[in-house]
Ligand binder design. Structure first.
Ligand SMILES: NC(=O)C1=CN([C@@H]2O[C@H](COP(=O)(O)OP(=O)(O)OC[C@H]3O[C@@H](n4cnc5c(N)ncnc54)[C@H](OP(=O)(O)O)[C@@H]3O)[C@@H](O)[C@H]2O)C=CC1
Ligand SMILES: CC(=O)N[C@@H](CCC(=O)OP(=O)(O)O)C(=O)O
Length: 344
């Protein structure tokens, strides 16, 4: 069995990791941390774990991660930065769900995250964790910087078009909406039912911290600089991201975009290209590690519209983290992830 540690076990991404790992046939959760709930049994905080898990939270300052084969960080930004270098040095394998190592240039990270980056050397070594694009590099990675939630949906949606050099890379547009769990479990007035409910709003229009990550990833796929206008929205639902992606087709683009997408993702267990004429909805992927995608060319004109949905906590975070772990350890990629989405 693989001994696993989770730093940040009281957050939404942490408890989702637990939901998946407690049923993973090859993983055994040895340590799960919380500063605020140290000593408390997990099932006291999360009653869905009664009878499934008799672990208690430990304080991250008390150690315990040394014996783990794989350590997941499900912590806010600028937390993994402080511990990951030591773990990696000791030969432990780390999957960081935060953005601490996602940007290859630490100076760009500092600009967007507003803190000094204390281990810039590891940014170059960290492997970006989006298996459908970086799988071969994840195999031997010591540190996986897991893709963000919006960046996952956006990159999976645009990748086939960019790989085929089918679209103008100077003017991609991504209009996306996220459920409220994307903002984490910490109390924030903006996320109260009374504030976010019965409402729909854009945020971060002038510049969201996922923009440099999205442009970095898409530029790597395209092999040239890609420019994106990214507008996120908050939608009053618990889970889910819906991405509507727009691009202008170039002369010489493949005629049959449906075929392009179907061929690109034919062997991907977690990407489902819907039949022509169907459009995805977030409820079809709730709880599952699936990205559903549709490609449309409205009225046969030169704008292509891709719609993509994921569960932000699964394919956008914890499911993708387990997928990366499976790849790193040479396990079947779908192990522990064969969960069917919840309807309704
Ligand atoms: N929510 C989502 O949809 C997604 C989240 N992510 C990323 O995953 C990470 C976790 O997100 P989420 O679960 O939503 O966040 P939450 O705010 O819900 O949880 C954060 C967790 O980190 C712990 N924590 C906070 N500060 C520290 C610290 N200094 N040292 C150790 N532990 C700490 C908290 O526990 P305690 O305070 O008790 O120690 C808590 O368990 C973030 O980086 C987020 O960006 C990525 C993709 C999607
Ligand atoms: C609705 C909401 O607030 N979403 C968060 C993004 C989700 C997240 O956790 O970001 P990472 O994927 O980078 O970890 C935001 O816009 O900042």
């Amino acid at each position: 069995m693989i001994k696993v540690g989770i730093v940040g076990g009281t957050g939404y991404a942490g408890v989702e990791l637990l939901r998946l790992l407690l049923r993973h046939p090859q993983a055994s959760v040895a340590v799960i941390t919380s500063r605020g709930e140290a000593g408390q049994r997990l099932d006291a905080l999360f009653p869905n774990l009664r009878g499934v898990c008799d672990l208690a939270f430990t304080d991250p300052a008390d150690g315990g991660l040394d014996d783990c084969d794989v350590v997941f960080f499900a912590t806010p930004h600028n937390v993994a930065l402080k511990t990951v270098p030591d773990l990696v040095e000791r030969g432990q394998r780390v999957i960081d769900l935060s953005a601490d190592y996602r940007l290859r240039d630490a100076a760009v990270w500092e600009q967007w995250y507003g803190e000094p980056h204390t281990s810039p050397g590891l940014c170059a070594e960290a492997v970006y964790g989006l298996p459908e694009i970086t799988r071969s590099q994840i195999v031997d990675a010591r540190l996986v910087a897991l893709a963000g939630c919006y960046p996952t949906a956006i990159q999976l949606g645009f990748a086939p078009l960019l790989e085929a050099k089918a679209v103008d890379t100077s003017g991609l547009i991504a209009s996306c909406a996220s459920g409220v769990s994307g903002a984490g479990r910490q109390a924030k007035i903006a996320n109260l039912v009374t504030e976010a409910g019965e409402s729909f709003k854009a945020y971060g229009v002038a510049g969201h911290r996922h923009l440099p990550e999205i442009e970095q990833g898409l530029s790597a796929v395209a092999g040239s600089s890609v420019s994106v206008t990214f507008v996120p929205h908050l939608v009053p639902m618990t889970r889910g991201i819906h991405a509507t992606l727009f691009a202008q087709l170039e002369d010489g683009a493949p005629e049959d975009l449906q075929d392009l997408f179907e061929r690109r993702y034919a062997d991907e267990p977690f990407v489902d290209v819907l039949p022509a004429g169907s459009l995805p909805q977030t409820r079809s992927v709730r709880g599952a590690n699936t990205c559903q995608i549709a490609v449309t060319q409205p009225q046969g004109r030169d704008t292509v519209v891709v719609t993509a949905v994921i569960d932000n906590l699964v394919k956008g975070a914890s499911g993708q983290a387990v997928q990366a772990m499976n790849i790193m350890l040479g396990l079947p990629e779908t192990m522990g992830l064969e969960v069917i989405a919840l309807i309704p």
